[in-house]
Ligand binder design. Structure first.
Ligand SMILES: [Zn+2]
Length: 323
């Protein structure tokens, strides 16, 4: 029961009962409660400055551990970056060079991700710097690894193709010519024996007895066989793929037919003197992407460096073709 309070009245010389309105009571209650609450909060905050709750302590410890792990992760990513960059160097300077392919520029290898800020959700934390640079590094590394995988796929494809190119490319002489004595006229302007004018000779002539074997100089498919009165006489055209074709002219006899698959060294015909020819020989042409090229660069499986030099000298000195 609430205490009744009185106030002395000097005029009446008596005690008047103090009556407190409900509103005042509410006001006093609110004022008292607020002061108490504020004081409690201040005390609690003060205590927390010096004292951690077990849960806070656990979380803080966990945070420290995570931060340490993040720092370790960042260091590890640096190591991964170093290893990846060595792999890239090797890829650019060795594998891609072997297969005559351009190196991949580092601007493509190390490209980040442009456009929107991918890391905005990682901002405004205590350790945002570390977290963002780790995320960035990881992104770039993933991109680098992806480019590297693509490059290896390409190199692998080139390696498989290279093996095929090796067996298809014209790489021997069209007749057996170990002593090089069969080497006659080479590529370039030569005196034409029949037309009696200087004319560009788009191939190389090899003299040999009629009936001597003529060989396919690389794997391929017989694309065309023709037998005409003038010009090349009896000739064979082989498609080797990769843009290479070879032509063998003035044959006496064919040993293949159009559409036949041939291997390097297969006999495709015999030496003759058909067409516009002054004596038994094979006129040999190498075409790259539809244009005749100097055949002397395509004997690398037959000739060593000295033999090659000797052959070039002989074929350059002979001023007249057999056509
Ligand atoms: Zn010729």
């Amino acid at each position: 029961m609430a205490k009744v309070k009185y106030r002395f009245n000097a005029h009446t010389l008596s005690y008047d009962k103090i009556v407190i309105s409900f509103k005042t009571k509410i006001k006093r209650f609110i004022a008292l409660s607020s002061t108490t609450l504020l004081t409690s909060v201040l005390i609690a905050v003060g205590i927390l400055q010096f004292y951690e709750s077990p849960r806070m302590r656990r979380l803080n410890k966990e945070n420290e551990r995570l931060l340490a792990q993040y720092q370790l992760l960042y260091k590890d990513l640096n190591k991964v970056e170093k290893v990846l960059s060595e792999i890239e160097q090797r890829d650019n300077n060795l594998y891609r060079v072997i297969f005559e392919s351009d190196p991949i520029p580092s601007t493509i290898r190390k490209a980040g991700f442009g456009g929107v800020n991918r890391y905005s959700q990682l901002e405004s934390f205590d350790n945002s710097d570390l977290v963002i640079k780790t995320a960035e590094k990881l992104d770039v590394l993933m991109k680098q690894a992806y480019v590297q995988v693509k490059s290896y796929e390409e190199v692998m494809h080139m390696a498989l193709n290279k093996e095929k190119l090796n067996s298809c490319m014209p790489a021997i002489m069209p007749i057996s010519n170990k002593t090089l004595k069969s080497t006659a006229s080479g590529w370039g302007y030569r005196f034409h024996p029949i037309y009696k004018i200087n004319q560009f000779h788009y191939g190389m002539d090899f003299t040999a007895k009629i009936g001597t074997n003529i060989y396919a100089t690389g794997d391929g498919v017989v694309k065309d066989i023709q037998s005409i009165g003038g010009g090349y006489g009896k000739w064979v055209l082989i498609d080797h793929g990769f843009g290479y074709e070879t032509l063998y002219a003035h044959m006496s006899e064919f040993k293949v037919k159009a559409g036949d698959h041939v291997k390097r060294g297969s006999i495709i015909g015999l030496v003759g003197s058909t067409g516009t020819s002054t004596g038994p020989h094979v006129h040999y042409e190498v075409h790259k992407n539809g244009t005749p090229v100097n055949p002397q660069y395509y004997y690398f499986k037959d000739l060593n460096a000295q033999e090659y030099e000797k052959m070039v000298t002989i074929s350059s000195n002979i001023g007249q073709t057999f056509d």
